[in-house]
Design a protein around this ligand. Structure first.
Ligand code: SF4
Length: 504
């Protein structure tokens, strides 16, 4: 690759890690880059925003099919189009897709960036700066660079969403002009790196956390690799890695660190699961008889139900398992078929199911408590019952994070990470839906797509119920393992902690 022309995404990723830019560039050159087209939030936002430019023309759907997108953009500029959607311009060593090029009354152009975020951040300013650079390099007269983003305070009314109320437009022209030299210079460095046949040698560290290439760079590293603890209290994991402490067990005991890392360090040194002696006492709060609760929610950047905010999580399904004093397991659930706002039925059915009891309700994380709090705020007549339910919640994630560590958690306390360790017999493998995001998308598909058949609806609702049931069953199994572990945790008369010899 003698000469590289990077796009915005390669620049964006490259600001975090040069190796990520190198990989992304090669993926695009090889036609392997996963497309962002089809991203539900972006597509729907684009459709709504484009209503503000009636008569605008989309380079993806207009012009001769043999012309590439740059050529189509140039033809639309020359044709007198008043607005061009997804204008593709390659100039100044960069290739960019501008969401909207808007012709001004004076015949110059305003570039409009559409953002699925709620406000301004460093990357949007850099994107605006790069847009300014590319337009000027292409000799397109630029009047300004504007940002259109979602108004976080918007609440859906009775009718369809009105773009003027939902979207906020602001000028980034001055910020873009100020940032341009810095951004162009950073882009030049990344372009040189991307042109090399050999990948850059970069250190692995906390910046790897949100990368799409972790399977290449990080997942093969040991389970106790120090970089797996990026957000914990104490010294940065990057500092430890720079000092050569590659594994948590290498980190000296007198280094500042919080309790979760201290347990991870001990697990690394002993190779055994670490259980805090306070675990039995903590678990007293959720001895059987006990309930296990999980919600599934749908959310959309463009809100669907009256009164909801952009991307607000709306529950449509709950699953409850119950374990009685004898250890007998029962299950119940409630799902609202796609159509009207499901929240009233969700709230009523939850109160009907568990409102009359005083037994603890085990959840994982604070998601369920937050949703119940929102339902209580929405339905004052149900608020006392819902608040009582919320008051019975015990968060198993906090229990594990604060009392247990196994190396195979790999620094991750999500149920999908600790479940296979603490409940190894439980699997999602045979299920059609295996994670919450897929569940939300499956339900959203039923809401949005007109071609959905009754059979489709029935199958999807059954798949959703099976997934949610498995999540609460995982909670039951994880809780059971914790109770077993708690029986092995002891403390000597001298106050020395003793951990169980067992590995789960
Ligand atoms: S995993 Fe880390 S080192 Fe590898 S490309 Fe991503 S950020 Fe860079």
């Amino acid at each position: 690759m003698s000469e590289a022309v990077l796009d915005w995404w390669e620049y964006h990723e490259g600001r975090r890690c040069a190796l990520a830019a190198w990989h992304h560039h090669r993926q695009r050159a090889g036609g392997e880059r996963p497309s962002f087209d089809g991203d539900e939030a972006r597509d729907r936002l684009r459709g709504l925003a484009q209503q503000q430019w009636p008569g605008g023309q989309d380079t993806w759907t207009t012009g001769p099919t043999e012309a590439d997108l740059d050529e189509r953009t140039r033809r639309l500029i020359a044709s007198g189009a008043t607005a061009i959607f997804r204008a593709t311009i390659t100039a100044g060593g960069t290739s960019l897709v501008v969401d909207v090029l808007e012709r001004t009354a004076q015949g110059s152009w305003c570039a409009v960036l559409l953002s699925t975020r709620y406000g301004l951040d460093r990357f949007l300013v850099e994107q605006a700066a790069l847009t300014l650079h590319v337009l000027q390099a292409a000799s397109i007269p630029v009047a300004g660079v504007h940002l259109v983003h979602v108004d976080a305070d918007y609440r859906k009314g009775k009718g369809p969403i009105e773009p003027e109320a939902f979207l906020v437009r602001r000028s980034l022209t001055i910020r873009a002009a100020r940032a341009k030299a810095r951004v162009v210079s950073a882009m030049a460095v990344l372009t040189d790196i991307a042109a090399e046949a050999v990948p850059p040698d970069v250190p692995r560290g906390t910046h790897c956390r949100a990368c799409t290439f972790t399977d290449r760079c990080v997942e093969t590293l040991p389970a106790d690799w120090t970089g797996r603890y990026p957000t914990e209290a104490g010294t940065s994991a990057d500092v430890w890695l720079a000092r050569g402490y590659e594994r948590m067990g290498d980190v000296p005991a007198d280094e500042p660190m919080g309790a979760p890392r201290r347990r991870a360090r001990l697990a690394s040194r002993t190779g055994r699961i670490v259980v805090d002696p306070a675990l039995p006492q903590v678990l007293e709060a959720c001895r059987p008889p006990v309930w296990y609760l999980d919600f599934e929610c749908v959310w959309s950047l463009l809100p669907v139900f009256e009164g909801t905010a952009p991307a607000q999580h709306v529950p449509f399904l709950w699953s409850l398992h119950h374990v009685d004093e004898e250890g007998r397991l029962t299950h119940l659930d409630e799902i609202v078929a796609p159509g009207p706002d499901p929240r009233r039925r969700m709230a009523e059915s939850l109160v009907e199911a568990v409102g009359a009891y005083h037994e603890p309700i085990v959840v994982y994380g604070d998601y369920e408590a937050e949703r119940i709090g929102e339902l209580a705020a929405l339905f004052p007549d149900l608020a006392p019952a819902l608040e009582r339910i919320r008051g019975r919640i015990v968060d198993l994630l906090a229990v594990i994070r604060d009392h247990v560590y196994d190396l195979q958690f790999r620094g991750n306390f999500s149920l999908k990470a600790v479940g296979p360790v603490l409940a190894p017999g439980l699997t999602y493998r045979e299920l059609a839906i295996r994670d919450g995001l897929t569940a939300a998308r499956a339900y959203a598909r039923l809401l949005y797509l007109p071609e959905v058949t009754p059979d489709d609806v029935e199958t999807t609702l059954a798949d959703l119920r099976a997934y949610c049931e498995r999540d609460t069953l995982a909670l039951v199994d994880v809780h059971r393992t914790l109770m077993n572990l708690a029986q092995g945790a002891t403390m000597t008369a001298e106050g020395e902690e003793r951990y169980p010899e067992v590995r789960v």
